[in-house]
Write a protein that binds this ligand. Sequence first.
Ligand code: HEC
Length: 115
Amino acid sequence: MTKSLFGLVVAAASIALLGGGLDAVAAQSTPAPAAAATPASIDAAALYKSHCAACHGDKLQGGGGPALISPAIAGQDAADLNSTIKQTMPLTNPGSLSDAEAAALTGFIVAQNKH
Ligand code: HEC
């Protein structure tokens, strides 16, 4: 009984998350979206590989685009970095990332700069 109730709660939570929960997370995070916890359903490393690595390198070392591990990036305010990503990247399709995706990528890049 207790177990099946738990299952129901988990299922309901998952549905809520799929049905716009991510937007709610992003909305709550203003005015510092980059500081928000990355939603568990977004794999930032995979997102980076599929959307960014072709130009910025799979180790963020740069290529067609500038390196994303650099003093310039490390010294940048995360909120500024987040709006750059959200508004201008990927270069071929700017504005295509959701707020949650941009925030996840910002968190990923900031974390890589701390290594
Ligand atoms: C088609 C190639 C391409 C793709 C794909 C791409 N970028 Fe870029 N990116 C660039 C270029 C070129 C620049 C430099 C543009 C400029 O200075 O105006 C840049 C600049 C940036 C900057 C600013 C760097 C700085 O030093 O200020 C960031 C941050 C960034 N990209 C992140 C991303 C992220 C995150 C993704 C994946 C969602 C991505 N880019 C995908 C080519 C690309």
